[in-house]
Design a binder for this molecule. Structure first.
Ligand code: ATP
Ligand code: MG
Length: 729
């Protein structure tokens, strides 16, 4: 019982209660997904502040994402009810480190106006440097370059020094530095954290060496640490997260109170069962107990579709159907689509867009908002219409051609004065027909001419039918040629370092998009008759049509940004979905090459990723796989071996029964939901029907008592009530 009368223990089971109120200096909770680790950690913070009397500002809580910290703060605030949570130092390791550096960094020579950034560096070196910093030591001196050759450690060492020097000269810290320098600060000036009495960490399985060092330093005075985590959900090995930090903790903090939580409160037992069968394929994992608390529910659905487009259509139609069947009680925000990589989102985004269903992207930008896609689109706009000043101004120096902001502005002004477009002006400069009033140097003019005006004019001619150069170039060829001429792959590699692969995957996805567009549209054009001597649609028109399609699709996306409060479907990467949960989860593209990912070294980590994704689902889980994917040149796929290994009994058998039990089981699962989650489901009596007891549900009818046969469960409540959050109101 808290001072304000709230009973935080009411919503906790025995083991959770023990963890919340443990008097041991160090508490470690290792338990499976949905067992209430985060809930317990949050409750412990409340208990420490309210019951143990620790001042909020003496508590540090590290979460894995900013979103998670906001949520946790809101929940702590909810329980305390008096605003004390505002004092708690809560955030990601990076944001906490940044706070300390801004406040005390001057002592180690860091300007409080520190900027943090990821400077542009050759990716191999960048990745190595990042790994080296993340480990907190420099034990890894040999790495391999892209072609698998080992790189001389000395050269890298030199590169490292050089890189570090540059950062220092420009008063920059990269993201790794935030942690590394904070470690340095706290080692030298421990008094900065002398007030800290206790440190709590969520998602501990994904901490790396330097974060471990930080944790220890934060807690150096009182050595009071609470960690919660799940080795089965360790999915950041590529960021040097290390499971051995767990053993290190147990070694360095003897007497740790180890508590296990063995009940899963999140998923239906059928879903949990299938997810566990996946993770159990890993023979070497540390085994723990995880028992379902929820009803049996419905087994996951596994569907093979013809193509990615069919897959997207199917997912979206399922979303609409379930929403309808539930009489909108299950609304758009109850659905999540979880992807192994962000480049897979495009089909789903466009189907949702077409159906007018609003969605949010977590862990990445919407497809058309991604920088690399915007650049290519701007090039296409200029090819279509060179006088488009906005588009031309955006690409004039991308990739870099040595033209600064000031020059671009001066050029725009000059063009305006002479009432010509920017393109015409630059073109004239390049032809030497105009001497610059603005100071463009000869060198720059040459660069512009060679790398922008000439190739673009050339492409422009080639996409137009009237150029008399034979068959016009189609859109696919255009994009490919453009990407090639711009050396776009090199550009992305040099600009984005370790992130480059996913950017490049997006570009390839864009090529696929144009292929599909051609398939859908080209035939139409050929069928168009020539009337009164007017030629049939040329490829230039196709380009125009393509661009207007794209801008329609992306306009819709921007509109949706403004409509706050409207329930949105979530599209997220699996990585960014960690710790979260939804009533209905779709995992598309479950094929070899996607998950496990083509370039993944560690298949166990890929399996854990799938496990994380599956265990996000509360009531319904859908796995799907297109039999053919057009991405990357097109290929037939094979079902992910993680799924292929499962017995067919792990999934709902196909057939007409497929959609019948779904609604009843959803109702059942959600009716047992406790009001913990600041969500109350009101008025749904609990149900007792077994899983495959088929109700004669007409999929076109909203579910109502009279349609449900023997196990009547009454009318669905029209509205699910969500509790107002005091922090928000
Ligand atoms: P993950 O490993 O995925 O991060 P977790 O162990 O952190 O999962 P939580 O997110 O804390 O699990 O809890 C999962 C769900 O179970 C939440 O909806 C939470 O409110 C609910 N829950 C947790 N503990 C209990 C309990 N004792 N009784 C009822 N529901 C609970
Ligand atoms: Mg959690």
């Amino acid at each position: 019982q808290l001072a304000n009368g709230n009973d935080i223990f009411k919503s906790l089971n025995k083991a959770q209660c023990r963890a919340v109120s443990s008097e041991a200096p160090t508490v470690a909770i290792l338990a499976g997904p949905g067992s209430g680790k985060t809930h317990t950690l949050t409750s412990r913070v409340v208990w420490l502040i309210d019951h143990a009397g620790i001042p909020p500002q003496d508590v540090i809580v590290a979460t894995f994402t900013n979103k998670a910290s906001n949520e946790m703060k809101a929940r702590i605030g909810n329980a305390l009810g008096d605003g004390r949570e505002r004092g708690v130092i809560i955030g990601t390791f990076h944001s906490i480190a940044r706070r300390y550096l801004v406040k005390y960094g001057r002592r180690i020579g860091i300007d409080p106006k520190l900027r943090s950034d990821t400077p542009l560096e050759p990716p191999v070196a960048r990745a190595w440097i990042s790994r080296r910093k993340a480990k907190g030591t420099s034990d890894e001196h040999t790495i391999r370059d892209k072609k698998g050759r080992s790189v001389e450690s000395q050269a890298l060492e030199k590169c490292f020094q050089e890189y570090q020097g540059q950062l220092e000269r420009s008063n920059l810290l990269d993201y790794d530095d935030l942690l590394v320098r904070c470690v340095e600060l706290l080692r030298t000036f421990p008094q900065c954290v002398s007030n800290i009495q206790t440190v709590l960490i969520d998602e501990y399985q994904d901490t790396n060496g330097v974060q471990y060092d930080l944790m220890k330093l934060f807690a150096q005075k009182h050595r009071r640490v609470t960690i919660v985590g799940d080795p089965d959900q360790s999915i950041y090995g590529w960021r040097s997260a290390e499971i051995k930090n767990l053993h290190r903790l147990l070694r360095e903090y003897p007497g740790t109170d180890e508590i296990s939580l063995e009940e899963n409160y999140r998923s239906s037992s059928c879903i949990l069962d299938t997810a566990l069968q996946v993770i159990q394929q890993d023979q070497e994992r540390y085994k723990k107990v995880l028992l379902p608390v929820r009803d049996k529910g419905t087994r996951p659905v596994l569907r093979k579709l013809k193509s990615s487009t069919d897959e997207a259509d199917w997912i979206v139609s399922e979303i609409k159907r379930i929403r309808l069947l539930s009489g909108n009680m299950i609304d758009f925000d109850d659905f999540a689509i979880l992807l192994r990589s962000a480049s897979l989102s495009r089909h789903i985004e466009s189907t949702l867009g077409r159906e007018g269903i609003a969605y949010r992207m977590v862990g990445g930008f919407k497809f058309y908002e991604r920088t690399e896609i915007k650049i290519i689109l701007d090039y296409m706009r200029v090819i279509h219409q060179p006088d488009n000043n906005d588009a031309f101004a955006r690409i004039i120096n991308v990739p870099k051609r040595g033209i600064g902001e000031i020059t671009i502005r001066a050029l725009l002004e000059e063009a305006e004065r002479s009432s010509i477009s920017l393109w015409q002006l630059v073109d004239k400069h390049c032809r030497g027909q105009r001497r610059a009033k603005t100071n463009i140097r000869q060198q720059t003019e040459n660069a512009l001419s060679g790398s922008l005006i000439k190739p673009l004019s050339n492409l422009r001619e080639r996409v137009r039918l009237d150029a008399g150069l034979g068959t016009p170039m189609n859109l696919v060829e255009l994009v490919q040629k453009l990407v090639h001429d711009l050396k776009f792959q090199d550009y992305l590699e040099a600009t984005y370092g370790a992130e480059y692969e996913s950017r490049w995957a997006n570009v390839q996805e864009f090529v696929t998009l144009t292929e599909e567009f051609m398939r859908q549209n080209h035939g139409d054009d050929e069928a168009l008759p020539t009337i009164d001597g007017v030629a049939q649609a040329s490829d230039d028109d196709l380009l125009a049509r393509f661009l207007s399609n794209v801008s329609l699709a992306s306009d819709k996306q921007t509109e949706e940004k403004d409509q706050e409060g409207k329930p949105l479907v979530t599209i997220s990467t699996i990585h960014a979905a960690k710790g979260l949960e939804w009533p209905v989860v779709f995992i598309p593209a479950v094929y070899n090459g996607s998950i496990p990912h083509l370039r993944a070294d560690d298949h166990n980590e890929e399996r854990r990723l799938l496990y994380v994704a599956m265990t996000r689902a509360k009531a319904l889980l859908y796995l799907s796989c297109p039999q053919y994917t057009a991405s990357g040149g097109g290929k037939t796929t094979e079902l992910s071996s993680f799924v292929d290994l499962l017995p067919s009994s792990a999934f709902l058998p196909k057939g007409p029964s497929f959609d019948r039990p779904i609604m009843s089981s959803v109702a059942k699962i959600l009716s047992r939901e406790l009001p913990l989650d600041s969500v109350i489901y009101k008025g749904i009596p609990s149900m007792t029907a077994p899983e495959d007891n088929l109700f004669p549900v007409d999929p076109n009818q909203p579910v109502n008592s009279h349609t449900t046969g023997e196990a009547s469960y009454g009318a669905w409540p029209r509205k699910r009530q969500k509790l107002q959050h005091p922090a928000k109101s």
